[in-house]
Design a protein around this ligand. Structure first.
Ligand code: NAD
Length: 302
């Protein structure tokens, strides 16, 4: 029997609706509108499209947005100064610096400079550590967060299931594995040096693939009935047309899996929806802190 296709577009629309309701409730409670600041260096066309989408969707759920389009030649200290200004600006709830950054800028220094409570990408080491320690309350990278929502649309409870994450990047694979572990899955991570990927994949009840290698995972790799989440996005030319493909050979996998995400229309739409959810969550935390600080006799920690 063919797998259930997990509709990332529909779930993303649900997340956006939840965020819009959350924003309205926050503002009705007296807090300022949440605001997302997006910073982009250089003129990479794909990055400009991503940033425009983020700005458009932020405004569509009732939040403010501002964007900083900077020259590729912007120095690291100029960028760090801007981040510090945004850290201090109480009207900014979330800060997102679009990657990749030009090679003269140290990405680690940039992610560390963003204040953890405004780090809506979830890359600041403090947020990474919170997730790694299984703590709630930190901001989690948007793509893994979206993948968890997709998995939970299939499984009520994933505790005890075998999960394999193929790909070990800091943006997707590693935080993904940490989230699955927090939910008490038995988690393995595969990467470029992993041997016998096929056998390892076949043991997984939940298989998340994030490598950027088109059709790396074939139908025969998949355990019958498994949930397969394809994070990969590669633009290829086929029969004279450009199209997006994932890391899983979809036509084969759909015959074996229990549930599977398509590319496009699976993980992609969830990533921006989860960015909006993170911005709302950041704004809520900041509003609570401000309220606590304003109450006489209370001390705000943070
Ligand atoms: P990356 O290049 O930083 O990391 C790729 C990982 O895959 C590495 O850990 C590498 O060891 C592993 N890998 C590469 N070839 C492999 C192989 N043959 N076998 C096993 N492991 C292998 O990439 P990334 O930023 O994690 O992105 C991965 C893919 O996900 C890309 O296609 C990217 O476009 C896509 N992506 C999609 C979204 C989304 O919103 N849908 C978000 C982020 C990334």
């Amino acid at each position: 029997m063919a797998a259930r296709i997990i509709d990332g577009k529909a779930l993303a629309a649900t997340v956006r609706r939840e965020v819009a309701e959350g924003v309205a409730a926050l503002v009705a409670g007296g807090a300022p509108k949440p605001e997302l600041a997006v910073v982009l260096l250089g003129d990479d066309p794909a990055s400009h499209v991503y940033v425009s989408n983020k700005v458009r969707q932020t405004e569509a759920v009732g939040m403010h947005s501002r964007r900083y389009l900077l020259e590729a030649s912007t120095t690291e200290s100029q960028l760090l100064n801007l981040i510090e200004d945004l850290n201090r600006d109480s009207s900014v709830s979330g800060i997102l610096v679009q990657f990749p950054l030009p090679s003269h800028i140290d990405t680690a220094r940039v992610v560390t400079a963003i204040r953890p409570e405004k780090d809506v990408d979830g890359f600041n080491p403090l947020n990474v550590g919170r997730t790694a320690a299984g703590m709630e309350g930190g901001l989690v990278p948007c793509t893994p967060l979206g993948v968890m929502r997709l998995i939970k649309s299939v499984h009520k409870d994933i505790a005890g299931l075998d999960a394999l994450v193929v790909g070990a990047s800091n943006v997707v694979g590693r935080p993904m594995a940490r989230l699955l572990l927090r939910e008490l899955c038995t988690v393995s991570i595969a990467h470029i040096k992993t041997t016998d990927l096929e056998r390892r994949c076949r043991e997984a009840d939940i298989l998340v693939v994030a490598t950027g290698v088109p059709a790396l995972v074939r139908g025969r790799f998949i355990k019958p009935g498994a949930t397969v989440i394809d994070v990969g996005i590669t633009r290829i030319r086929s029969e004279g047309f450009e199209k997006l493909v994932g890391d899983v050979a979809f036509d084969e996998a759909v015959q074996v899996a229990g549930a599977i995400t398509p590319v496009p229309g699976g993980v992609g739409p969830m990533t921006i929806a989860c960015l909006l959810a993170n911005t709302l969550s950041a704004a809520r935390t900041q509003a609570t802190r401000r309220k606590a600080a304003a109450e006489p006799g209370t001390v705000a920690f943070g």
